[in-house]
Structures are given as C-alpha cells and as structure tokens.
Ligand binder design. Structure first.
Ligand code: ATP
Length: 421
C-alpha cells in the first residue's frame, strides 16, 4: 500500500523566536499518525510572504497533503490569506456562512462591536472549499492543486483542533485509501529507559517487520508503545495482542498500567475502583500533586483536597507536626521521616479521607546540606492503620525535581494502596 504523506507548515514570527511553542504540529502529527497518514516534514516559517510561498512550493514537492496553521487573524501581520489567493489563482469573496458566524460571535458571544477587520475574516479565496470555524472567526480553507491537497487553518490551537477533528481528518480519510494503524501502550515506573531496553533486546529483535517498539520516557516513568500498520484490522490486532502480552510479562516488575495513561489517572482509577478517597499534605510540591489529581473530570469522587503546608507554621498549626520536630538543636527538621509521618496523620484527621500522601523536600537550586543535599525528599503514604515512608534524591533542576517528586509520590501511594487493601 502506497504511503499517504503530509507536511505541516506552521506560520508565525512568534514561533521562530520561541515566544509561542509550536504545540499545533505535535498535536496534528499525533492525530494524523492515528489516522494512518505519514507525517514526513514539519516546517515553521515567519510572517514573510516569500518564506510562506517558498514553503508551499517545497512541501508540495514532498507530500500529498500540506497542512498549514496560523496567519489568518484580523491583525496586520496576517498575510496568509491574500497569499493563498495569489498562489491558487483566485480572488477574495465574502462567504455568507462565515460572515454570519463572525457576526454571531461578535454580537452574541464576545459582545464586541463589529470592526471592519473582523468582517474581512469572512472573505475567502473563491477557489477553495470553506471550512467553517465553530470556535472562532477565521474560517479554514481547503485547496486542491495538481493532485495535492492544501488546507489552511487558524493558529489558535482549539480552533485548529476543532477543524481537524470535525472536517479535515474525516475528509482525508474519505479521500485516500489509508492503512490501519494500531497502538498498544503500557506504563512502567521505577526503572530507567536504558535498563528496560537492555532487558527487551531479544524481544525487540524478534519483532516482525511491521511491529515497532517505542520508548517514551518522562519523570521516572517509561511508556512502551507497540505500533503496527497494514491492511487487515483483525490480523493486525491478533499479532499486536500476542506481542503486547509478551511485553507485559517481560516488564511485569515495573508495570503500572496497560493503558496509555499518566500516574495521576492510574491512581485515580485505583481509588475509584476501591471506593476510597485521598487527600495530600504538600510542602515542596506546593500543591502540584493536587493539580495533577484534579486534571481528570469527576476527580472529586476520590480526591478531596490538599493542605499546602509550605511554611513550618502550617505544618504545625494545621497538620500537628510538633515544633520540636521542625526546628531546634538536633531536631529532625521539616525534611524528615518524622515530619512526613505526622503530615499524613494530620491530613487524615483534618480531611477525613481513607488515604493521605505527604511530601517534604529540598527542590533547589540552593537549600541543601551535606546531610540532606538538594533534591532530597521524604514522602509518606498512609491510612488509619499504617504509614509507610521513603527517602529519595533527585538530581534535576527545581521544576523537574517538583514534577518528579509528584509522580514518584503518586507511585509510592499506588504501591501502598495495592499492598494494604
Ligand atoms: P488570530 O490572528 O485570529 O489570533 P491566526 O490564525 O492568525 O489567529 P496566529 O495569529 O498565528 O493565528 O496565532 C493565534 C494564536 O495562536 C496566538 O496566540 C499564537 O500564539 C497561537 N498559535 C499560533 N500558531 C501556533 C502553533 N503552531 N502552536 C501553538 N500555538 C499557536
């Protein structure tokens, strides 16, 4: 089966200077990949007519489909639309449906006056198929030229996503004969990528040509993804399942989940299945664990809240950590087993949850000592019967130390729940 290929062109000076991080093409690439379309190039260009023109010419040489985001707004630097008009040999005309949408959004949703520059957003080249924008004022445009498809979409991420999901991907799927692409992903924690790779060498070498293994490491966890593609869904599924089962067996010791989910989701599901509740007492993570836990809709079923006990006074007044533990000659200190144990007890008592998780550490860049170097963290997980503690040390910068602490603590809690229920 012939590969159907795509190039993604993102437009905007802000992308080139790093002011905006290009999340559009990452998201688009994932969706296209799922649909069986091969992403072969991603290009970013500034708001410069010649540069955009050249990118269109070059990518049309490379790919069957050219997807473009950005440069469609009402501001002066947005030059893409007139350029597309010239490139495809058309003239700008008002599209009534797009105009109705602009007026509706301005009057009913944004409650702003009608400006000429807003109205102009309803103008489109008369040689394109208009893609209506349900989330914003700039319509998308679908062009065909010399057997290639070009689609221009707004740069605003949620507007682009709406168009891709509702129109562009379904249309491309109809237009081309695409292969079936299947993924199976599992999550491991507590073992580094290279160690896992060592133990999977034979497995990887014996994989059939059309099944690929990818390592996706982040924050002390490694996701392992098997991908296959071909024509017959049932045959592909059966072959992938066999290999996925084998893979699970090989990483059993570190296996956290056989779904493509983060640690927060895994812990949330475990709590929900058991009908149990969790609260956190967070010092060094400043509420980041609570933030992770509340990303999932419906989290209030199992996550009740957090006490961000950043200052010692909060550890003492709200969580009951004795001042003598925190300060004074020979005191264990805020980053200690005694402190996090009492943080868990205090949290269980104040919050009334089944489980509590506490962390206290030194995130850096300064603040470390010989005995407790920067990156040292004490964590405790517990219920009314038992509290378990552990001390870890992370070698990263502040931001990454915080993220790593949160994920490691959630995994520590996950193990505690599994061992004590
Ligand atoms: P508008 O001018 O109406 O805002 P537009 O289609 O002209 O929309 P841009 O002006 O290029 O798009 O960008 C609009 C917004 O979308 C900006 O906040 C920009 O930072 C963001 N954006 C643009 N391109 C990307 C991208 N590739 N990834 C993530 N965000 C982007």
């Amino acid at each position: 089966m012939q590969r159907v290929t795509v190039s993604i062109i993102t437009i905007g000076d802000e992308l080139l200077i790093g002011q905006t991080i290009d999340t559009n093409s990452a998201w688009m690439a994932q969706e296209l990949n799922k649909a069986g379309i091969w992403v072969q190039r991603r290009v970013a260009v500034g708001d410069v007519r010649e540069a955009i023109w050249q990118a269109l010419d070059e990518e049309a040489q490379q790919s069957d489909i050219i997807l473009i985001t950005g440069g469609l707004g009402p501001t002066a630097d947005d030059i893409t639309k007139p350029l597309l008009c010239d490139y495809f040999g058309g003239k700008l005309v008002v599209n009534q449906e797009a105009l109705d949408n602009v007026i509706y959004l301005l009057e009913q949703v944004f409650k702003r006056p009608r400006l000429e520059r807003n109205m102009k957003q309803a103008e489109v080249p008369d040689v394109c198929t208009v893609i209506q924008n349900k989330k914003g004022t700039a319509p998308g445009m679908w062009f065909e030229k010399e057997g290639k498809i070009f689609v221009s979409m707004p740069g605003v991420p949620h507007e682009m996503k709406g168009m891709m999901s509702d129109y562009v991907i379904p249309q491309l799927t109809r237009h081309f004969t695409l292969p079936v692409v299947l993924h199976r992903t599992l999550l491991t924690a507590g073992q580094g990528e290279s160690m896992i790779a060592e133990s999977l060498m034979d497995f990887e070498a014996a994989l059939p040509e059309n099944i690929k293994l990818a390592y996706l490491p982040s924050f002390g966890m490694v996701k392992l993804r098997l991908t296959t593609s071909g024509e017959d869904q049932a045959t592909l599924e059966a072959a992938l399942e066999t290999k996925f089962q084998q893979l699970q067996g090989l990483v059993q010791e570190y296996l956290v989940s056989t779904e493509d989910a983060g640690m927060d989701v895994v812990v949330g599901k475990l709590l929900k299945t058991q009908g149990k509740t969790l609260s956190t007492a967070e010092s060094c993570t400043g509420g980041y664990i609570a933030h992770l836990m509340t990303q999932t809709p419906g989290a209030s079923d199992y996550f009740w809240g957090s006490i961000v006990s950043y200052d010692n006074s909060i550890k003492t007044n709200l969580l009951g950590v004795p001042a003598s533990v925190l300060t004074g000659e020979g005191a264990p200190g805020a980053v200690s087993e005694e402190a996090v144990q009492q943080m868990v007890r205090g949290c269980l008592e104040k919050m009334g949850t089944d489980y509590a998780l506490a962390v206290s550490g030194i995130m850096g860049p300064g603040g470390g000592t010989e005995e407790k170097p920067t990156g040292t963290v004490w964590m405790a997980a517990g219920n009314r019967e038992k509290i378990s503690t552990t001390r870890v040390k992370f070698p990263f910068d502040r931001k990454r130390n915080i993220e790593q602490t949160a994920v490691t603590a959630l995994n520590f809690l996950r193990r505690f729940i599994l061992e004590n229920s």
